[in-house]
Design a protein around this ligand. Structure first.
Ligand SMILES: [Fe+2]
Length: 380
């Protein structure tokens, strides 16, 4: 009997341990868009958020950062290099943290890091600690890895394009180029038994404010309806991208580009925009109720001007509409970082941040506090 009890206890311990190995709780963090005017970075805001992150969330294992680290420079890759070196210095509390795991910060480019034809290689040289398992022309910019039965994929939505007609080339923005690679990557991640999947990229799939004209839908200026074939192509490409995420039960798509915080679920997948840890804050998409009631920057619209975009994007709008892709939208006009605690049954998301100082879009005006908290249930 005693031997049987001992065997049962050992078996239970083994089963319990196996469960822990399959889905151990761990926490990671997300930030995006830290560019600013202190050698390319908004140093005061980024430093304050990093300090808070390390003090209040010492159990974070690593940070994901999908682009626009620095302002960049169209004419001089050397200037961009200095800015990236400056950024790494500001992030040294994270790089020096002994609780975090290699490489501590996972990155991809934003549009600000691909302004010059030398910039892609510059980024690869500056941040060598990533996997080289992406498509041939996006190695070091698009890649994926598993961490404790959770799959992470970075897909670049901002590239440099060398055209035959113009060897000088130019920026190639606003779409996921290698959809087949992504689909195969997600399928094999599921086949390996991963319990959650997170996809990161710079451009927003469903613009929430400030980039209603671009992001992955990339509708452009002076929109006319019906959409012309170019604009329809971008919408189609965005739709194909999102269907791949939805079909493969991706937990969340984490992006930046829009300097604001927001989350909403579309076709079962959360888009989390963690768009400013320093970059000048935007306002949200205007609603019918706030016509002429607030100031707009160069990139934002008034409600009437936004209407054709809402129609093309099939957004909620009109009386009491939130003018976003989903009814469950929650957003804050604040500088933020997001933490995501992965547990066997759900991911607990907590967003910490500070509101801006009155009449400023780049200076903190409040203490850093908890701004949002929600759960995403396990789907795999
Ligand atoms: Fe951006």
């Amino acid at each position: 009997m005693k031997r049987k009890s001992l065997f049962a206890a050992l078996l239970l311990t083994f089963v319990f341990s196996s469960k822990l190995i399959l889905a151990q709780d761990f926490k990671f963090a997300a930030m995006s868009d830290s560019r600013g005017s202190y050698e390319g970075v908004n140093t005061p805001v980024l430093s304050a958020l990093v300090k808070h992150l390390l003090n209040k969330n010492p159990d974070v294992k690593f940070l994901v950062f999908p682009g626009d680290l620095v302002s960049g420079n169209k004419l001089s890759a050397d200037t961009t290099q200095k800015q990236l070196d400056n950024w790494k210095k500001i992030m040294s509390p994270i790089y020096n943290d002994t609780n975090m795991v290699w490489p501590k910060i996972w990155l991809s480019v934003g549009n600000h890091e691909v302004q010059n034809n030398k910039d892609e290689n510059l980024f690869r040289e500056e941040f060598q600690n990533v996997y080289m398992n992406g498509p041939d022309d996006e190695k070091g910019l698009t890649y994926s890895f598993d961490y404790d039965k959770v799959h992470f994929v970075f897909v670049t939505t901002d590239r440099w394009h060398y055209s035959e007609a113009d060897e000088g080339g130019g920026r190639d923005w606003h779409y996921v180029k290698h959809l087949n690679w992504l689909e195969n990557d997600l399928k094999s991640a599921k086949a390996r038994g991963n319990k959650y999947i997170f996809v990161m990229s710079h451009e927003t799939a469903f613009p929430i404010g400030g980039h209603l004209r671009d992001g992955l839908p990339n509708l452009g200026n002076d929109l006319k309806l019906p959409l012309d074939s170019t604009r329809q192509w971008y919408i189609n490409q965005r739709d194909k991208f999102w269907k791949i995420l939805s079909d493969n039960k991706v937990t969340a798509y984490i992006c930046g580009h829009e300097h604001i915080y927001g989350r909403e679920s579309v076709d079962g997948v959360y888009q989390i925009t963690a768009g400013s840890c320093g970059a000048p804050l935007y306002y949200f998409n205007p609603t019918m109720e706030d016509v002429n009631s607030r100031k707009y920057g160069w990139s934002e619209f008034h409600y009437q001007d936004a209407l054709p975009y809402y129609k093309a994007l099939n957004y909620n709008y009109g009386p009491k509409g939130n003018a976003q892709a989903s009814e469950d939208f929650v957003g804050k006009r604040a500088f933020v970082y997001v933490t995501l605690k992965v547990t066997p049954k759900f991911v607990e998301v907590k967003t910490y941040g500070a509101y801006p100082k009155k009449d400023s879009d780049r200076i903190m005006g409040s203490k850093i506090q908890l701004l949002d908290s929600f759960r995403i249930n396990n789907k795999l």
